[in-house]
Design a protein around this ligand. Sequence first.
Ligand SMILES: Nc1ncnc2c1ncn2[C@@H]1O[C@H](COP(=O)(O)OP(=O)(O)O)[C@@H](O)[C@H]1O
Ligand SMILES: [Mg+2]
Length: 196
Amino acid sequence: MLLSYYDSMCMDSRPLVPLLSGRYNSAAMPIMDSHALDFISYSYDQTLRYGVKLGQLLIPRDFLCLSGNLGSGKTVLAIGIARGWGSLESATSPSYMLVNEYSRADGAQLHHMDCYRLQNAVDADHIGVDERLQLGATLIVEWPEHIQSWIPIQRLWITMNYITEDKRSVEIRADGDRFAKLLSEFRKNAFQHGST
Ligand SMILES: Nc1ncnc2c1ncn2[C@@H]1O[C@H](COP(=O)(O)OP(=O)(O)O)[C@@H](O)[C@H]1O
Ligand SMILES: [Mg+2]
């Protein structure tokens, strides 16, 4: 059997999958996708903790989209993110305020926007995405689909889904180098350094 250098390096540590032909398919081994991560949150508290782990890693001008139906847990995650980021104020839902602006002792700002009520492109312009980014704020946007034309190509896109009363799925997609790096840091922070 011919083995590539890569296959032979991996043979001792990773299981190879036998094919019907009797050969081994290294492509069937699990592969870490640096741009995607899916997991389940089993409780409100666990979603908060995932948020905290993510919030600890954010830097100015990071752009996070939180997508998913009403009640899927976007605001719970955002509140955890604000806590982990180090907000001086305790975080709440921005539904009636549209935007919650949090600040930190070092002067950094985190803006959490809920775009559910935005109806059209004029509304979307008024929310001032570019101005906020230029100020150096970190942005979290619920209902990003409502401000589609203002969403940067490079962003972290999180989709949450209701599974059962306490259970939510969380899918994270990273676009661009910064967000691939953020996702890999989150993977370590949330799943390797300690339990959530
Ligand atoms: N695993 C979970 N993660 C997040 N929220 C959960 C979870 N299980 C139950 N919940 C409940 O689901 C609701 C989520 O509300 P919210 O975060 O405001 O949703 P959204 O912002 O997506 O509309 C809350 O009432 C929360 O207590
Ligand atoms: Mg919400």
